[in-house]
Ligand binder design. Sequence first.
Ligand SMILES: Cc1ncc(C[n+]2csc(CCOP(=O)(O)OP(=O)(O)O)c2C)c(N)n1
Ligand SMILES: [Mg+2]
Length: 372
Amino acid sequence: MASWGRRSFVVVAYRIGAFSKVNLQGRTARIRIDGGSCRRHPFNPGVSVPHPWPCNSMASLFLAGRFKSSIAGNQVDSRHNDEDDDDNQAIDFPGGKVAYTTELKFISGSSDKRIPCYRVLGDNGELIKGVDFEKVNEELAVKMYRDMVTLQVMDTFFYEAQRQGRISFYMTSFGEEAVNISSAAALTKDDIIMPQYREHGILLWRGFTLQEFANQCFGNKDDVGKGRQMPIHYGSSNHNFVTISSPIATQLPQAAGMAYSLKTDRKDACVVAFIGDGGTSEGDFHAGLNFAAVMEAPVIFVCRNNGWAISTPISEQFRSDGVAVKGQAYGIPSIRVDGTDALAVYSAIRAARNMAVNEQRPVLVEVRSHHM
Ligand SMILES: Cc1ncc(C[n+]2csc(CCOP(=O)(O)OP(=O)(O)O)c2C)c(N)n1
Ligand SMILES: [Mg+2]
């Protein structure tokens, strides 16, 4: 955990020029003579770096230039289409060529058609005919169902305990069980979770025991955090689940930095950062998305849009077509999904993970959910 934080910090520090005076040449040379078994330097295939720690940490610390992927970057440049131009004229503009037009027209603040919501199951819970989805086998389906039920039962117990004054705080996942469990099922355990506070179902899926949840909520001697955190602020490096942080949205820029470090280390994994609709009203949401987009970081942003930030409805938070369009504005592939449809969430997160890891780019999944 500490090393993730360190590397994310290092990436950010490099971006703001904190290491501009470091002699990269000299450092790279020192890495080479440090001894131990070697592997290729991620930015300079001609240079070997030793195992175990220097290669991972140093890779991020002494990068000599931005790590390129760059499917996403190439797509930006290929958007220009000569046929659409007025008189085939175009202007070189930051980000690629832009056509001229003689029409005095503002682009609309909203599109005519709202972004549709992907679903697999119909209103009666049956598979929709011809639907495009990722099948789950019986064993996986049963585990998904069992964990969703367990999550509900656990939430009921702890919520009651909080109402009775036995613990000081609690957050439930009622109505958002599928967002938790289907996301967990679609990911690998190497994928790093950066939660908001209603994603404890992912920890459950990964094997965090009910006793461990209780230890944290009661802050007893067996709690790994030794009671230093508020209840529900779980974290487990064993389960690649970064400790929940109370100020919402702070996890998003951190997720972009952490994902970038996975990229520089050529890990077969991504970061999955969760946020509520309320969290999107924070500046960190925008910083995180933009940072991830320009750095082409393998991070999936999952936004649980349940329509409310405590008592503030989304109509008082934004006037856009939800959250998915904001991903598009930052150049991030985005989708809207029915969060009460376990198979739809599973398929969307699987597809998002493939894109994030194979194409090394961020993806945004807006999950339409109902918190009860
Ligand atoms: C930076 C910051 N501002 C305000 C709060 C107080 N706060 C806690 S939860 C919450 C609402 C968040 O709503 P949303 O992100 O939609 O999550 P939901 O509870 O709906 O799952 C707020 C404003 C906070 N924790 N951090
Ligand atoms: Mg909300």
